[in-house]
Design a protein around this ligand. Structure first.
Ligand code: FEO
Length: 169
């Protein structure tokens, strides 16, 4: 059985993961409009992953005999000045999500919820990958600057991502 504090925090995290999905879909839509089809594909896959994260927590709440309560998802930003600004936002967002996961971990430890600790370990490891993938793209984009050829190459590379393919390189 989940404590009410843990249940509330997990429900907040479901909302945060679904917001992440919505934010990355908004980024994908912006990139489509800018003809960065490969980057848009990368973000579209990322959006799908975030929905999977939300559902993983949703299923866990139910498995533990808790109640899922869905709340309003905020509207995401819709416009970015450049691909580098967009991926910097994605990286900053992942850092925020990491802080939320760490906060959840602190809570289950305080509540002596061992099953919760075991469940959240997957998310702790996932956040290392999520931050690393976003940061690698930011660094590549900074490296090429305004070079059209460089942006074209990065766009092509990121377009290779599929739901079963890795997020970086
Ligand atoms: Fe579900 Fe990108 O964190």
């Amino acid at each position: 059985m989940l404590s009410s504090k843990v249940q509330e925090a997990l429900n907040r995290q479901v909302n945060a993961e679904l917001y992440s999905s919505y934010l990355y879909l908004s980024m994908a839509a912006h990139l489509e409009a800018e003809n960065m089809r490969g980057m848009a594909q990368w973000m579209r896959v990322q959006s799908g992953e975030e929905t999977t994260h939300g559902m993983k927590i949703y299923d866990y709440i139910i498995e533990r005999g808790g109640s899922v309560t869905l709340t309003r998802i905020d509207a995401p930003k819709t416009n970015w000045a450049s691909p580098v600004e967009l991926f910097e936002d994605a990286y900053a967002h992942e850092q925020k999500v990491t802080a939320m996961i760490n906060g959840l971990m602190d809570l289950v430890i305080a509540e002596k919820d061992h099953a919760g600790h075991d469940f959240l370990e997957w998310f702790v490891a996932e956040q290392v990958e999520e931050e690393s993938a976003a940061l690698a793209i930011v660094e590549q984009l900074k490296l090429v600057g305004d070079s059209g050829v460089g942006l074209y190459m990065i766009d092509r590379q990121l377009g290779q991502r599929s739901p079963s393919a890795p997020a970086a390189e």
